[in-house]
Write a protein that binds this ligand. Sequence first.
Ligand code: ZN
Length: 288
Amino acid sequence: MKIQKKFKISCAIAATTLSLLTSSLAIAQTAAPTTTTAAASKVEMQWLGQAGFRIVSPGGKLIVVDPWIKGGPKAPANYKADLAALGKIDILLVTHAHVDHLGDAPALAILNKTKLYGPADMVTPLITLGMIPADLGHRFNKSGNVKPSPGIKVTAVKAEHSSLIVWNNPLTSKNESHPAGEAMGYIIELENGFKIWHMGDTGLFGDMQFIAEYYKPDLVLIPIGGNFTMDPEDAAFALNTWIKPKMVIPMHYNSNPLTPGTLAEFQAAMKGSSVKIVPMTEGQTLSF
Ligand SMILES: [Zn+2]
């Protein structure tokens, strides 16, 4: 294990992070995300807050999932100031249409001329309402997979959640609610075989065990905030009983008073678990 750069962080979090770094995990901290001009040799992940992640694949492809940037209270300031600072996005994934997930994805699809991949019946209203042009929407559905770049495969999997678009009609200036299909999670397999399960927003469901057995994710991104999703105890049960991944990054907390679950509660619920917890702070970047 090597630390690529010294990482300045508050004492409490540094202690937690350092204790994790003593584990056998090959995790390195980087002070700032790399650009995609030089191919990365590892998987680089930056937490954008809530369920948002900026991932650089081992082949140097930039993947962005659930970018809630402009309205996201914990999104990195440089991205809030300029969405282009995220870099040239190769693969844009959205798990469902709630604002803290769809967020700036339509704007990023248009800015990057990149397809927005999402639940079929979410992408259709994005197109029919005029939020994205038809050629920038890719509709797929659970068990379906896409191969948006050589060596990268994204498979849609079940999430136990809902999906609704709130759209401001420019003719009336009023908000309208539109059905937006079913929420999904994603198994993201990268060029080196590393598999990330972004669970999206989800409650507990028994087929988490099937998904783990069938797709064998290395790293799970799991919601712990409660209210709209699993809470810390639910997430710990799912991880220890059904999923049993090598590593987990908790997400979907710390951005909204209606998602009160905390990292400390999650760590307490996971005490004694063989699953390595990799806590992140918003804006932080790790390499795997
Ligand atoms: Zn949601």
